[in-house]
Structures are given as C-alpha cells and as structure tokens.
Design a protein around this ligand. Structure first.
Ligand SMILES: Cc1ncc(COP(=O)(O)O)c(C=O)c1O
Length: 342
C-alpha cells in the first residue's frame, strides 16, 4: 500500500532520528554549554497576533553591518538545515559531498530526489583536490558542500585547496562555516567568488534553540533562494532574540574564547592518554578514536556522559563537544578511568 502512496525515494530513506538519550553531561550535539539569559521583561507587551517580519529586515541589518555586506546578500533560515533544503531546491543535483562530513547535505538531496556524489577526504581529513577536480569534470555537480571547519573531523581545510575547488566548480560551492567562530582561519564572506555561498549559524555559539541560520552570497543568487523561502520561516521571537544576541558581541566572544581555551586543554590531555588517538580541532568539538569503542561509549553513558558515536567509515571514532570546565574535567576523569589511564 505504502509503495502506491509514497514517493520511491522517500520510502527508501531511513528516518533521521535524533534520539533523546537521558544524560547528565550532554556532549554529543556541538551546542555551546553557555546559555545567554534573556531578560524576562522582553516578553512584556509581546503580542503574537501578527505574522513575523517576512524579510527579517531588522535582523538582517544588524548582521549585514557586522559582516560588512548588504542586507540583500543575506537570506535566513530556520537553522542552516532549512537553508540546505532551499539551496538544494534552487540549484539541484548532482550534489557533491566530501566525506566524512555533515549528514544533512546528503539526506536533503535524497529527500528531494537529487543524485549525490561522494568524494573521500584524504588521510589527514583535508580535501583531495585531484580527486575532487577529476570528479567535478566527470560528473558536473551543481552543488558542492564544503564544511570548514568540518563536522565531524574538526579541522579547517587548507584555504588554497578550497579555492582550487571553487575555481574548478561547474556549479555553486556552499562553504558551511558553522564552526568558524572557534577557528583562526579566514572565512569566505567577502572573498568575492560569484559561485560561492557561505552558510553561518547561531546554533554553535549559544543560540541553538532559536533556529537561526544565514546564507550569504551574491545578491542575484540570494534572490533566487528567497523565491523558495517560506514567507514566515523564522518566528518573531527568534528574530528579536537573535537580533539582541548579535547586538551583544561580548557574550558570544567571551563564551567562544572559553570554549577554545577548554578545547586546547581537552586536546592536550587526551593526547597523553594511551589507547586514544585524538585529532586537532578548529571547532567546538574533538574527534577521537579508541580500540574498544563499544565499551567506552557504554561506560561513559553509565556515568551520565553522552558523546557522539560515529559510524560508517568512522567506526570506532567519537566526537565530544567541548563543555564547561567542570563537564570536561568529569569527562576526562571518566575517560582516564575506563581506558586504564590512571
Ligand atoms: C557543518 C554543520 N552545518 C550546519 C549544521 C546545522 O546547523 P543549524 O542548527 O543552524 O541547522 C550543523 C549542525 O550540527 C553542522 O555541523
């Protein structure tokens, strides 16, 4: 019956489940451990009878000033996840992804019935330019996603390699800079490549609950994305709170600094543990690998610590989000104990 009613490509999909696993210390989703406390009186006088500003002009103006672009260069989404939908609708497939990377690029392409092409990153998790260029010439992808810093490996790709891909591309290149606040690399906003759209999100810097993501690029490309954007895709409260958050750079800068400092400490400590291989990170999480992967995940969870267990080509690898100093200390102590590093 289902096969008569549901589209074939949807039937073939496995649901993208985000399990709500109870835990004391949540280090699995790359959120910030620091939440800004909005003033209660923000809600006083808020009347929800009218639709939100369909252009989010106030918010776009604040962001445009900070990024040194025009409001016309920005389109916003209900998280960058929604923008991935819009981008895939507008530009179509084949969609090229560099694996391992953020799962949503491929998932959305499949939902929308677009062909996907995977090219593996090299042994150091950087772009294998020769293979990418060869595949571009053969398959002519209409979208190439580059997550830099990359989730889940944590490294930022060498700028020159990204530029080589941009120059070889036959379609748009989406540079997903979700984690750039935690890195020391220069981004691609204002890099002036006509075929590049940069994605940013507020989710990793303390505002995941607002669901606010941005795509920034040439006005003409952004205008096309705006054609498929649902008119009221981000609600009034999220628009207002996001505007206030961006207007208060102290909170974001200060918490990002604390996370980067803690990432350094986590990395240095984990590097000294036997039986664990840890990878350098420019993001708010760290990739690591252990021999007895199954036991370690379960043992951490028994102590109330939730990390992300990776699969596929990254079987045996984990991604741990940088938490508060106390959370990280608890994670390190538990990891030391269960790996016999005491
Ligand atoms: C690389 C990357 N891009 C985008 C997102 C999604 O961000 P948002 O919360 O804005 O939808 C994530 C979330 O984990 C991510 O890792």
């Amino acid at each position: 019956m289902l096969s008569r009613l549901v589209k074939e490509n949807i039937l073939a999909l496995k649901p993208y489940e985000i399990k709500d696993i109870p835990c004391r210390v949540k280090l699995d989703a790359n959120e910030s451990p620091y939440g800004y406390v909005f003033e209660e009186r923000l809600l006083e006088g808020f009347k929800p009878n009218r639709y939100p500003d369909p252009q989010a002009m106030g918010l776009k103006r604040v962001l445009a000033k900070q990024l040194n672009v025009k409001a016309e260069n920005i389109v916003y989404g209900n998280g960058s996840d929604e923008l991935i939908y819009y981008i895939t609708m507008v530009f179509g497939g084949p969609v090229m992804v560099l694996q391992p990377t953020f799962a949503m690029y491929e998932i959305v392409a499949k939902v929308l019935g677009e062909e996907t092409i995977s090219v593996a990153l090299d042994g150091g998790f950087d772009i294998d330019v020769d293979r990418v260029v060869e595949t571009i010439n053969k398959e002519k992808p209409r979208i190439i996603y580059i997550s830099s810093p990359n989730n889940p490996s944590g490294n930022a790709f060498e700028r020159e390699r990204i530029i080589q891909v941009i120059n070889a591309a036959t379609g748009v290149v989406i540079v997903d800079e979700a984690y750039i606040a935690f890195s020391s690399v220069e981004g691609f906003i204002n890099a002036h490549y006509e075929n590049v759209i940069v994605m940013r999100t507020m989710s990793k810097i303390g505002f995941a609950a607002l669901r606010m993501g941005f795509a920034i690029g040439y006005e003409r490309l952004i205008a096309e994305i705006n054609k498929v954007r649902l008119p009221y895709n981000v609600n009034t409260l999220s628009q207002e709170l996001a505007m206030r958050a961006l207007d208060n750079p102290y909170f974001i800068n200060h918490t990002v600094e604390k996370i980067v400092e803690e990432r350094r400490r986590l990395y240095e400590t984990m590097r000294g543990l036997h039986g664990i291989k840890v990878y350098p990170s420019e993001a708010n999480f760290i990739l690591f690998k252990t021999k007895s992967a199954k036991d370690i995940y379960a043992s951490l969870l028994r102590q109330g610590i939730l990390v992300k267990k990776l699969g596929g080509a990254l079987e045996g690898y984990f991604r741990v989000t940088v938490g508060t100093p106390d959370e990280n200390e608890f994670f390190l102590r538990t990891l030391r104990e269960i790996t016999g590093n005491v």
